[in-house]
Design a protein around this ligand. Structure first.
Ligand SMILES: [Zn+2]
Length: 57
């Protein structure tokens, strides 16, 4: 077992995102102190983007 994804198992233990209290998702970055999903910690409002809006006919 030398070839292939040998060191990928070390990823376990180091978590970057934890449970967000605002969107209840698992997207709150511990070091950056902001949620990647709702923007908690970075913006007082909910994170929104134009490319993420729902298309209404
Ligand atoms: Zn969030």
């Amino acid at each position: 077992m030398t070839k292939g994804t040998a060191s990928h198992g070390r990823k376990s233990g180091k978590k970057t995102h934890i449970h967000c209290r605002r969107c209840s998702g698992h997207s709150f970055h511990i070091h950056k102190k902001r949620c990647a999903k709702c923007g908690y910690g970075a913006t007082p409002h909910t994170r929104k983007y134009n490319w993420n809006k729902k298309i209404t006919a």
